[in-house]
Design a protein. Structure first.
Ligand SMILES: Cc1cc2nc3c(=O)[nH]c(=O)nc-3n(C[C@H](O)[C@H](O)[C@H](O)COP(=O)(O)OP(=O)(O)OC[C@H]3O[C@@H](n4cnc5c(N)ncnc54)[C@H](O)[C@@H]3O)c2cc1C
Length: 352
């Protein structure tokens, strides 16, 4: 995902640009006009996700030999920003797919052959279930390879899985001692796999559930990878920049609606911060900047709209709820601490 642009043949670069342009058009012409309706729907309409698939957006980080566009962080960020600033619920369901796709792209040939092209085309859509692996204490999801030969047993709870009912597979991480086992499960309930809907104050139509697995048997051909848990934790922080583009999208939308030059300049800066962060601390700083900017811009939009902002038909209330959600989505201990410190600091210039 991070290859320098010069490494691509000219045709591939032009193809990527076209996909970014198509995403921006789709965001403005399809998602934005429907955003309020999608926000209040029971679920993001499948037909809308089909349009993202038809535009090649499920394959933006997939390899070109499997039909993907192999975008770098900057190009993928533009797509995420465009969709996030148009209909966050839609973008949120869609964005889950890409970690699973990247994992399958790096897996053994048999898995790549079975899944990769269909995942790039969005014919197979995936969710993920691994954020709770960051929590300290006993692992929320555990794997055991010592039972029935040819199967791994999964046990535990994934507290957040988005897209249930709209996804075909779910990419699950589970601890087996010091190792992490990654599996691609069918996203279907079963006696050993239960999904409990969660009602949300924002992105409610993202169909987010709590997933409970009880001695769920996974055939070993569905095991995507195994790795030391410490290796994943070491690289996890760097990958967290991607989610920040959703906040840049929300902030950018508010800035455009307000026609505010200072906010537009801050959006440009937040985007640059995510593309060029320096080390894991840089990613934390860029994420905090982006989410606090979304909150500030959405608050300014509510204020500018007066009482009408609180009506259910107002984009302002939706965008402010979304900015609230982006404060906690993809949050880690360091992001949480840095946000809290910024928000609870005394306001500069305030008379004491
Ligand atoms: C609506 C919604 C949908 C989501 N969808 C998905 C999804 O589809 N798939 C998915 O994998 N995730 C999903 N997430 C999870 C998301 O990416 C973040 O992990 C989550 O928002 C963090 O919030 P949490 O309250 O669950 O935090 P926690 O997981 O409890 O903690 C967040 C951070 O704080 C640290 N922390 C927590 N407790 C302690 C402690 N006692 N001591 C020290 N540090 C601690 C952890 O290390 C972690 O880094 C979703 C979240 C939301 C809100």
């Amino acid at each position: 995902m991070n290859s320098p642009d010069g490494a691509y043949p000219k045709g591939a670069a032009a193809g990527r640009l076209a996909v970014v342009g198509d995403a921006e058009r789709l965001a403005e012409e399809v998602l934005w006009p429907a955003a309020l309706e999608i926000d209040q729907a029971p679920a993001v309409p499948r037909a809308v996700l089909d349009q993202l698939a038809a535009a090649g957006l499920y394959g933006i980080v997939g390899p070109t030999d499997a039909g993907g566009s192999d975008m770098d962080l900057e190009a993928a960020g533009r797509v995420i920003e465009a969709l996030g600033g148009a209909s966050l619920a839609t973008a949120f369901v869609w964005i889950q797919h890409h970690s699973a796709l990247r994992a399958v792209a790096a897996a053994r040939p048999a898995l790549r052959l079975q899944w990769l092209e269909a995942m790039c085309a969005g014919e197979v859509r995936s969710g993920i279930a691994y954020a709770a692996l960051r929590r300290p204490g006993p692992p929320a999801m555990r794997a055991s390879s010592t039972g029935r030969p040819g199967f791994v047993i999964l046990d535990g709870t994934a507290p957040w899985v988005t897209g249930w009912g709209l996804i075909d597979t779910v990419y699950v991480g589970a601890r087996e001692g010091d190792e992490l086992v990654w599996a691609l499960l069918d996203a279907r309930t079963a006696p050993t796999l239960l999904a409990e809907p969660v009602r949300l104050a924002a992105v409610d139509s993202s169909s987010t559930v709590v997933l409970r697995l009880e001695r769920h048997q996974v055939p070993t051909e569905r095991i995507v990878a195994r790795e030391p848990y410490a290796d994943w934790r070491a690289r996890d922080g760097a990958g967290l920049a991607t989610n920040g583009f959703l906040a840049v999208g929300v902030a950018g939308r508010c800035a455009r609606l307000l026609e505010s030059e200072p906010l537009l300049a801050a959006v440009d800066e937040a985007r640059r911060g995510l593309v060029e962060p320096s080390g894991p601390e840089g990613v934390v700083a860029a994420r905090v900047e982006a989410s606090l900017l979304a909150l500030r811009a959405a608050t300014a939009l509510v204020v500018a709209g007066g009482g009408r902002s609180v009506e259910r038909t107002s984009h302002a209330q939706r965008l402010l709820r979304e900015a609230m959600f982006l404060l906690v989505f993809g949050q880690t201990g360091p992001i949480r601490a840095a946000q809290a410190a910024r928000l609870s600091a005394a306001a500069p210039g305030r008379a004491g």
